[in-house]
Structures are given as C-alpha cells and as structure tokens.
Write a protein that binds this ligand. Structure first.
Ligand code: G3P
Ligand code: MG
Length: 250
C-alpha cells in the first residue's frame, strides 16, 4: 500500500504531459516531458458518450481540438478523429486525443508513473471515477500504481468503488477547514493543493494526519524551492524545460 511516510513517486510531475510546450494531454506532450527527464505525469481524463476514457481538460472541445461543443456528446470513434495539436502550433498538427489506454501503454514502455485527474462532465462524476479506476486496475502494468485525483468527491467515491486498492488524492485549490478529515474519511492517501496556499503550518497538519501533500501548478523557481524545503511529496509543473528532475536533484 502507498503511504505518506514511504511515498514512492517521483517528486516532479509534468502537468498535462509537458505543460505548454506541446499540446496538453497529447502523446506528443508526454514524449516531450519524458525527453526532459520527467518520469511522472499528470493528465486529465473524462468519458466519451459511449464510455471510453480519454484525455481532455475542458468540458468542451473548442479550445484544444478542431471539434466543437461538449466532449461528452461524442462517441470515441468521433473524438479519436479530431485534431488535438493544430490549435497549439503547426508543428503538432495531426496529433490525436489519446485514449487513456494509449497513455497506459506509453507509461508501461517508458516505466513512468501517472497521476490521473478525473475530470468528469457534470452529472457523470461517480461513473467517470468508477469506469476509469476499473480500466486502470485491469490494464495498468507499471511498477507504481496510478494515483487517481479529483476536485470532485463523487468521482473519488466512484474510483473507490471501482478499484478500492488504487491510491486516491483529493484536489483542492485552497485548503478549507476540515479538508484533511474529509481526505481521511474518503480513504485517500494524499491532498493536492494550489501551491500558493501551502503554509508551513498546513504542511505540519497534513503530516500529522499521515497524508502526503502535493501541489499544483508550480511554475516559479523561488516558489518551487520554498515547497521543496517544506518537504512536499510532489510538485506538478508546466515548466518541464526550466526545472524538474534534471535541474533540482530532489
Ligand atoms: O491535477 C492538478 C491540476 O491539473 C488541477 O487543475 O485545471 O490544471 O486540471 P487543472
Ligand atoms: Mg489537471
């Protein structure tokens, strides 16, 4: 089992594959993050209309693909034909939306760890957590189990029902009173919080609760150093070219 005192994951985690250097949540991004030395990735996962887990941050397709409207309205067959790279730059035109299965394969081949953020479309929270957790339990062959996280409690509850043994983390932008008790009640092993809200006192409270603490999205070098000094278990960053495993040996 994963626990905070023996946290086995890499400290540096590449946000959406390679931050903004490549189209987020595409295989091109994970390849680039990997080339920069990253061995753990964060990705955003949701369900197609016909229940296939795939990578996309927004509820709608418009910002990061050449499709339009809610992603949850399309079947995987349609989603898998969209261009998810051209919006970023000409160099990445033709990149596809990856199914979670493709990323699982990538992580197996490259021996990388994965943080799957459950990003359910409204109303599909529990089902998304359940289906994604079950797929990961069935298909994941990596050394370290995938870490499931979500802002949505119902998604974490679905994940718990689908694959109780996979580690889970609650995501909060700003820690609220009692959030640690909630994390414990939900059987989560970690909290992932917005970096600017992490104080030495809060780090102490998280440690006393026996939980791991990760932070997002750490894109400032002085802030990264502050968090490393505080002993955080994980830093999720966009800046895979500026800092990370090769630069700060932490
Ligand atoms: O998982 C950490 C971070 O990705 C959460 O926010 O909006 O970037 O998915 P967002
Ligand atoms: Mg995310």
């Amino acid at each position: 089992a994963i626990d905070a005192a023996h946290w086995p994951y890499p400290r540096w985690i590449a946000h959406r594959g390679a931050g903004r250097l490549a189209p987020e949540n595409t295989l091109a991004a994970f390849r680039l993050g990997h080339a920069h030395g990253y061995r753990m990735f964060e990705c955003d996962v949701r369900l197609s209309a016909d229940g296939t887990p795939f990578l996309l941050h927004d509820d709608t397709l418009d910002r990061t693909t050449d499709g339009h409207g809610p992603a949850a309205a399309l079947d995987w067959d349609e989603l898998s034909r969209l261009d998810a790279g051209g919006w970023h730059s000409a160099q990445f035109r033709g990149e596809r939306l990856p199914g979670l299965q493709s990323l699982i394969r990538f992580c197996r081949i490259e021996d990388c760890a994965l943080n799957v953020e459950l990003k359910p479309a409204p109303g599909t929270e529990y089902e998304t957590g359940r289906v994604v957790a079950r797929m990961l339990e069935r298909e994941w062959r990596g050394r370290l189990p995938p870490l499931l996280s979500s802002f949505r409690l119902e998604a974490l509850q679905g994940a718990r029902a689908g694959a109780p043994s996979l580690p889970r983390a609650l995501l909060v932008s700003s820690p609220f009173p009692d959030c640690l008790r909630l994390v414990q009640e939900q059987g989560c092993v970690a909290l992932v919080a917005g970096h600017e809200h992490i104080t030495p006192l809060f780090v102490e409270q998280v440690r006393a609760a026996g939980l791991a603490l990760l932070s997002y999205t750490v894109n400032d070098e002085a802030e990264a150093r502050r968090l490393l000094r505080l002993g955080l278990q994980g830093l999720i960053t966009d800046c895979v070219d500026r800092f990370g495993p090769g630069i700060h040996a932490a």
